[in-house]
Design a protein around this ligand. Structure first.
Ligand code: PA5
Length: 316
């Protein structure tokens, strides 16, 4: 099965692209634009750039319109695996009107045509994958552009070394999630990966899944746990990182305790690895396998996303 082959080979997607590195401070701000399996790339880059102390604003956009403050001297990085996603193309067209600097990343499609015609910088990723299974390629391309090239080799090594353990853990988590709605809680450092868990479970396992983030969820979501009918439909996963704010880590512990008092057994996970990038990709790879095994349990082929295709067709 293709999905399994791709997942087994996923660590090798991580590697440095031979591209000129962008100097972020040359711009007044950076906008990443992308949807679904491509949009996650911008979410991760925003987090990494902010952790690196980047002083210009960084926005990760999943939609049609640029924010009003993105103007000339800003940079738009448009990521679409197919190169044909209309929301992403719309942001490129708007950026052209407002004279932003533009870089396009895709495996071809309209985005490549526009980049060729307009003379924009274009970074090509290998074609032939389902977009969400090309995450490592797209992330490597964009991380390389922003000077995170060296981390990519470490990510690859870390995933390769831990692959069997990751698969085994994922298999066990998938068994636990069976017949429940997975709810994935993230933290400020794991938020993009919690969202990736949700979207991968939606697309690969063909089931509903929701996400919420600490500390915000301590001000609303937790009250929903009062309802036993609702909470017993769900199984909870909490993703956090040792570099999270100490009060966030304390909140993770409190959340776990509350769950246990309610008779629930959340799966609490931290990625393995020396750097934040390695740990986040560990958690992302784990989720790739969880969603794969959960699809298998439910008897689905993880690859087709018929309803997404139907919606894209209806919009043509
Ligand atoms: O993984 C998928 O198939 C989707 O989430 C797509 O990534 C999404 O529809 C956007 O398409 P693209 O990645 O080609 O821009």
């Amino acid at each position: 099965m293709k999905a399994k082959e791709w997942l087994n080979a996923m660590p090798s997607q991580f590697g440095t692209y031979d591209v000129d590195v962008i100097s972020v401070e040359d711009y007044k701000g950076i906008v990443f634009s992308g949807m679904g399996g491509s949009g996650i790339v911008g979410d991760v880059l925003k987090l990494l750039l902010e952790r690196r102390g980047t002083e210009v604003p960084v926005v990760s956009l999943h939609g049609y319109e640029l924010p009003p403050y993105a103007k000339q001297d800003w940079l738009l990085v448009a990521v679409s695996y197919s190169g044909n996603t209309e929301e992403t193309i719309s942001t490129v067209q708007e950026a052209m009107q407002r004279r932003l600097n533009i870089i396009c990343v895709s495996s071809g499609g309209k985005l490549e045509e526009i980049a060729d015609k307009e003379g924009f910088r274009f970074v090509s990723v290998p074609p032939g994958y389902a977009p969400r299974y090309a995450f490592g390629f797209m992330l490597s391309a964009v991380m390389s552009l922003f000077g995170f090239g060296r981390s990519l080799e470490k990510i690859r090594k870390n995933l390769d070394e831990n692959k069997e353990e990751i698969k085994e853990t994922a298999y066990n988590i998938a068994q636990v999630l069976q017949n429940y709605i997975p709810i994935v809680y993230g933290t400020p450092l794991t938020e993009p990966i919690a969202f990736r868990w949700k979207t991968q479970i939606n697309e690969n396992s063909k089931t509903l899944c929701y996400t919420a983030v600490l500390p915000e969820l301590h001000h609303n979501e937790v009250v929903g746990l009062d309802n036993p009918i609702a909470r017993n439909l769900c199984h909870f996963i909490i993703l956090h990182d040792p570099e999270d704010h100490p009060r966030v880590i304390k909140r993770v512990e409190i959340t776990e305790k509350i769950f246990k008092e309610l008779g629930l057994s959340p799966v609490v996970l931290r990625g393995k690895g020396e750097s934040l990038e390695e740990r986040l990709m560990y958690l992302a790879y784990l989720e790739d396998w969880v969603s794969f095994y959960l699809a298998d349990i439910y008897g689905y082929d993880p690859l087709p996303v018929k309803i997404i295709d139907r919606i894209k067709e209806s919009l043509k």
